[in-house]
Design a protein around this ligand. Sequence first.
Ligand code: MIG
Length: 663
Amino acid sequence: MIMRRMNLPRLPERWEEIDFTISAAGSGFTKISVSGKKGFLDGLSKERHPNRDELLHLLGHKRATTGEFQGDRVSIYKSGDFLKIEVEYPNTVCLGLGDKTGGVNRRGRFHFWNMDDANHGIFSDPLYQSHPIAYFISEGVGVVIVDSPAYQYWDISEYGAKIVVKDLDASVYVAEFFSLAEAYGNVAQFLGTFTLPPLWAIGYQQSRWSYWDEGKFRELSRRFQEEGIPCDVFYMDIDYMDGYRCFTVDRNRFPNLKALASEIDQKLVAIIDPGLKVDKSYRLYEEGMRQNFFMRDISGKVYTDRVWPGACHFPDFLDQGVREWWGDQYSSLLDMGIEGYWNDMNEPSTFSLRRTFPKNLVHIDGRRHGDVHNIYGLMMARGTYEGLRKLRPNDRPFVLTRSSYLGGQNFAWMWTGDNKSTWEFLKLSVRQMQSISISGQPLCGADVGGFSGNPDSELMVRWMQLGVFYPLFRNHTAYGTENQEPWEFPKVLQELRDAIRLRYKLLPYIYTQFFLSSLGLGPIIRPMTWIDKGVDERCMNRQFMFGEQMLVAPVLETTDNMEVILPNGIWHDFFTGEQFQGKITVEVDLSTIPLFVKSGSSIPLAKEVRQNAESTFATGIEIRNYGEDPKGLLYRDNGKDLTYRQGNFELYRLPQMECIWND
Ligand code: MIG
């Protein structure tokens, strides 16, 4: 049923075992290949912090040991144009696979075929992104990555995985490590990490489909100020454009964006979709046609499908020339003061019954779309990222993408698309954030409050209190839903305000975690297995580590008390400092945010909370210590440009504020 609906291929039944070649691939990985051809990851330019090795040494981290690989764990079979990879990794827990639904511990069958399943439920598969990577945890940790942008099918059990790929050129990467932290460090090195985001991207973000005109943004900005709620970002959804033509602005409703951008405390982020309107008087359509930049069908005709603007053609983002052209288009929006960009609909999603491109469309280099489908969205995000780097060579880009693939973090943040305003989706996001993060993409979030539907006050509060700990903290809602800004929930406005202000209070700690994550030291959100192998599965699906030193146990249902299971050692309530250990019961009211700090931690906080991240940071640092012999770190830089890559930042050891890096 699902197979038919999503147009996924039928898998062969008879297989023939075949030989493969192995070679060292770096970061401890062994590459297994049948055809010997280069794969997507071979050609990827990977982001790495330039001072990584020096910093790891300074922070007392041993250089990652090299992974091991036992060749007899892998067998490869062939049938027609399918490969089957059988990997034997007996495991108690399997992590990864990106934005899939299900439990954090991966069991069962999964499909990789990027898809906008706009009305998806909490069991749907596939969704928007493909991260074919898994960690098999037993005594050690075995990592398997299958690099192929074609269709993939994974069946995971306690014995390992059976993987079918519709691609004889797929590369398989395998390595075994001692611990999850070591495995992740090598994965981060292997897939690339991320350019540090601008500080403002870490603040609270307000969105809806759509804020209608400049006046609305002025009103929002004023209201956030009046309510004493900090906010860093406003989103411009599709209606800001002139007839949904990409890179245009409706001048009647947005006559002077530049003035708006300079007046408000917030940054503007605008949406850009892939489809370009078929319209002879539209410059981009005309340029794309003239330069042969669009996807074509097998007969050579430019492919047309309907999206928001009506009939559209679609740039072939796999082509570097197309990406450069696309990247250059951001220039006029940047000049208008729009600093961040949101790439949507790039699975790609279309309004046809199939909902995406036919598999037999032809790319500029001759490849069939079906063979490369899962990288289309990432390549669009890459064009955006590289364009921004070129146009504003000193600035840190902010790009948010809905579709992506392994390594997407090198170019963009991601979010989990069209969720629903239900408790089930609230819970799902806890699992998704962990899985996406461990797959190498720490820059993730889910729409706070839910996209479709209307949350009641209680659900909104719980979602906001969880969103405080999403790396991407964005409240967003669909067209036609009720307003979802904090003051729309007057009964719980104080709780919503407190949650958002907590995010800002925590900013110095959070920003430091982003820095550590950019070194590959761990994602920002981590499954509890990271520090406690014996963790119970139900607990892993509900609680998570937030950086090195914190544990979050969000309230995920209506209750006045809840059970929290703390990992080994002593933990403190973040707010009161009270000590706890093991399994505890927490009394809960609407204002409760169960947040715990590992004993022996020194946590940097903002002295005061102001209207946005920059002004909050500027108030200075307050240090809070928990337990005996507290230790911690504080990272600081200008939050804006790329000079940190030349060492222009400060690093302090807490609690003494001993400066260990200052350039
Ligand atoms: O067909 O731009 O997931 O966040 O508000 C829907 C309108 C298109 C889907 C995105 C959503 C966005 C919406 N988009």
